[in-house]
Design a binder for this molecule. Structure first.
Ligand code: COS
Length: 371
């Protein structure tokens, strides 16, 4: 195993960092401009094969892209990560040839935005408890239910929606469907007011007597839960990469602050602050190894649940700690509402929660160890 990035991955990392620093803005609204530039650069479908409109890159390169984007704007990183890993990969891994031809090139090129609709008010951590129903009707299904916390809700063009054809079957009744945004009966709610990742829309998604042809079912009836779980394995590496970018941003901010203070006062940084910085930087390097390793395991085609969950919870917990310590070290104005470190903290907090809380990640790791 190689513990340093290859020359190729290093040069892509530099390219992504340059792009993020020069082209990505940190505004407070939906980052349409950032996404347009990402589309132009082929960043919306980086790990998809070129024959389907993607960049043909490996999963590690994609992970590095999300890390570098998130160092500047974690919402932009979140939208692209969700679009790629759970908005586009469902088609690539589980779509029929016809479904792929219809949707995949548009998604991989970023002309269409993808979203993933699993969570419900009574089915967050316990995803198998979802109640959205899919009832057979003629050549299709009628879907009814309400999804919650859907990233890019109201903005996305294609939603992978999970519903049950028979609740008595538990997770074996869950089935996945591809739903286009203009389908009658698909009703996105207003964007939620979140504490972090605010530039990414998160909405409710109501499904009211929504008819979906059987040709838009993804996979077999009853295979939806396993589809969702396997997609989330890859998705969680993307969230870990966002947290890596955020943790790096917080450490960079703290380091620059302490250096500037040394220059201004002519005094060396006190030992307490210096040790804090050393500890955070060491944990950051350990997190980076976990995240990149998870990406390599995914790329190898092996099951990566354990590695993805380890990377997700270690790195998102670190991102919260790094942002907190950065505020402690820098004091005011880092503690001011609207400051960069306050933004890192709020965004990092969100990464601990979505695509499976960190308690769920620990559960996944423990189950893998004990099975
Ligand atoms: N890949 C493929 N299949 C998987 C899998 C994975 N990563 N994880 C579980 N499965 C399969 C299991 O093998 C099992 O198959 P069988 O029925 O053939 O035995 C089936 O799925 C059920 O697995 P399990 O019994 O572990 O399911 P649980 O209901 O206990 O749920 C957790 C497991 C809690 C891990 C799952 O519900 C979860 O990840 N919850 C969080 C959901 C989430 O992340 N939501 C965020 C949505 S996006 S913001």
């Amino acid at each position: 195993m190689n513990f340093v990035l290859s020359d190729y991955h290093r040069s892509r990392k530099e390219e992504f960092r340059c792009f993020a620093e020069k082209e990505v803005d940190r505004g407070d609204h939906f980052p349409a401009d950032n996404l347009r530039k990402a589309v132009q650069n082929g960043y919306m479908g980086l790990p998809l094969p070129p024959e389907w409109g993607g960049g043909g890159e490996d999963f590690l390169t994609y992970t590095i892209l999300i890390e570098e984007l998130s160092r500047v704007c974690a919402s932009t990183g979140a939208i692209i990560a969700v679009h790629t890993s759970v908005g586009t990969f469902p088609l690539y891994y589980f779509g029929t040839e016809e479904q792929k031809k219809h949707y995949l090139p548009g998604l991989a090129r970023g002309e269409l935005l993808g979203a993933f609709a699993l969570t419900e008010s009574g089915a967050g951590s316990d995803a198998a408890a979802l109640t959205t129903s899919a009832v057979r009707s003629g050549d299709g299904y009628i879907l009814n239910g309400c999804k919650l916390f859907i990233t890019s809700g109201g903005q996305a063009d294609i939603y992978t929606v999970f519903a049950t054809v028979d609740r008595s079957l538990g997770h074996r009744g869950i089935t996945a469907f591809l739903v286009e945004k203009d389908t009658p009966g698909l009703i996105p709610g207003k964007p939620e007011k979140k504490m972090g990742l605010n530039r990414s829309n998160t909405t409710e998604l109501r499904l009211e007597d929504l008819y979906i042809p059987a040709s838009n079912r993804l996979g077999e009836e009853g295979s939806g839960f396993k589809i969702a779980m396997s997609l989330l394995d890859g998705g969680r590496i993307g969230i870990a990469a966002q947290a890596l970018g955020l943790a790096q941003a917080a450490v960079d901010y703290g380091t620059a602050f302490l250096k500037q203070r040394e220059e201004e006062t002519g005094r060396k940084t006190d030992q307490y602050a210096a040790f804090e910085l050393a500890d955070l930087s060491t944990r950051l390097e350990a997190a980076r190894l976990l995240v990149y390793r998870a990406a390599l395991v995914k790329e190898s085609g092996r099951k990566c649940s354990k590695e993805a969950s380890m990377a997700k919870y270690y790195t998102t917990d670190l991102a919260v700690a790094a942002a907190t310590r950065c505020i402690d070290l820098c004091g005011f104005p880092a503690a001011e509402a609207g400051s960069l470190p306050a933004g890192y903290f709020c965004d990092a907090k969100a990464t601990q929660i979505y695509e499976g809380t960190n308690q769920i990640q620990r559960l996944v790791v423990a189950r893998e160890l004990l099975q």
